[in-house]
Write a protein that binds this ligand. Structure first.
Ligand SMILES: *Cc1c(COP(=O)(O)O)cnc(C)c1O
Length: 431
């Protein structure tokens, strides 16, 4: 499979090159040249197939020619080795839990898939390691670090702002050891991000090191998120109603993968982008004008994005046709107060403890279903409520159980290297 840059100025790349580069040299996002539809018979019999088999059929055309079938099957088995349960909330909706992975965030799937692809591409090249350099404000770093843990030929360097991530997040970043190093930066997230960007352009470093990024625009992180939507459809087909999915959205990678799943044939009736007050996309859907904004902090902070990078891919999927986009795709925005009310409402009607991101998804779905009572909906639960413990416990007046795997992480000893500035990062990389 060939990938083109959406900025149209760089050469096309095969899947491995697109993965190692992350972004094209012209700063455009990579997009597959062709989209293969799966046959109707595949969807007719989908309930009989295993999840790994379905995942394999969905993604194989996108990596064609770069990973042999047995290797790809192994990568998928390892990526999806936890559960994706659907919990009923009302008789018209349920929630698909995507947070049962090792770091309790849905980003585990993309991070694990990408890590294993890179590991495969670098399988014979263990002397020239690939260095994955990531700046994190919290969640991404943990999923990436965990996904790459122990993958041969890959070293991971994570920059995080000292004192600005939660205790759970810091433990997830700093206690893994092996090929993962956490650099604790005296500054804020933007400083970490700037240092990473500078390093990518610094020839003193790039002469000696093959650097790559692991953010959500990478095709190997984006595309495996299609699996969630296949899992949902397989489980809910028997209900025999048009299926609607509400996705709590920030950088719009997850929902864009859902739309891609639909492009290859998955019968999902409608998608809902649910956002917090960082509402560039809902605003675009009502006004027709895309206006990036500076992001504002909220209690669903993994969605505090003012200019979602993947939205351009969504436009591409719809051939830049605004009207056809609006037939399949709606967007709603909600305030923190509404989100807290939703946490309470979900708990009251079903006993379910959602996290603030899932609660935003719930609100978007509820809004849409008001006008479409004949449909069935699910909202995606993108993080375990324990990751937003204070908000959830204070709002619901309950204690959230800490999962076993998190207790283990919390009991480990933190190891990090403190750096003051860019020179500190450079010294570390060239050590
Ligand atoms: C990253 C993240 C999101 C947003 O996903 P996008 O693909 O960036 O839209 C939503 N919820 C949680 C918990 C996240 O970590």
């Amino acid at each position: 499979m060939i990938y083109n840059s959406l900025n149209k100025k760089s050469k096309a790349a095969e899947f491995p090159e697109a993965v190692v580069r992350g972004i094209a040299p012209d700063r455009g996002l990579y997009f597959p040249e062709k989209i293969h539809r799966l046959p109707d018979s595949f969807f007719e019999n989908i309930e009989q197939e295993s999840i790994p088999e379905i995942a394999f059929q969905a993604i194989a055309p996108f990596v064609e020619g770069s990973i042999p079938e047995n290797e790809l099957r192994k990568i998928i088995e390892e990526t999806l080795d936890f559960d994706f349960p659907i919990v009923p909330i009302t008789n018209q909706m349920g929630t698909l839990e995507l947070f049962q992975g090792p770091t309790l965030a849905f980003k585990d799937v993309g991070a694990r898939f990408m890590a294993r692809c890179l590991g495969y591409f670098n399988r014979e090249n263990t002397s020239q390691k690939i260095t994955v350099l990531v700046a994190t404000s919290g969640d991404t770093g943990g999923a990436v670090a965990n996904g790459f843990l122990g993958v041969p030929g890959i070293e991971v360097v994570i920059l995080y702002p000292k004192g600005k991530v939660s205790e759970v997040q810091e433990q997830q970043l700093t206690t893994l050891g092996q090929n993962i190093t956490a650099l604790e930066v005296d500054g804020v997230f933007d400083d970490c991000q700037d240092m990473v960007k500078t390093a990518f352009l610094d020839e003193d470093i790039t002469k000696h090191k093959q650097l790559t990024s692991a953010n959500s625009i990478n095709v190997a992180r984006w595309l495996p998120q299609m699996f969630y939507y296949f899992i949902a459809y397989r489980a809910l087909k028997k209900i025999n109603k048009p299926l609607v999915v509400s996705v709590p959205s920030g950088n719009f990678g997850n929902i864009c993968a859902g739309l891609m799943a639909r492009e290859i044939g998955l019968p999902i009736d409608h998608f809902i982008a649910s956002t917090n007050i960082n509402d560039v996309v809902p605003d675009f859907l009502s006004s027709g004008v895309y206006t990036p904004k500076k992001s504002s902090p909220t209690i669903s902070n993994a969605m505090d994005v003012g200019d979602p990078s993947n939205f351009i891919r969504i436009l591409k999927i719809f051939g830049d046709d605004f009207e056809s986009l609006k037939e399949t795709f709606s967007g709603y925005r909600f305030t923190d107060d509404e989100t807290r009310e939703a946490l309470k409402e979900i708990h009251e009607i079903s006993g379910y403890v959602a996290d603030p991101h899932g609660a935003v998804g719930y609100l978007g779905l509820k809004e849409y279903l008001k006008d479409h009572p004949e449909k069935y909906g699910i909202f995606l639960e993108t993080a375990h409520p324990v990751k937003f413990l204070d908000t959830v416990e204070d709002t619901l007046n309950i204690k959230v159980d800490i999962p076993e795997r998190l207790k283990e992480t919390l009991s480990k000893t933190k190891e990090s290297i403190e750096i003051q500035d860019y020179q500190g990062l450079k010294n570390f990389l060239l050590r």
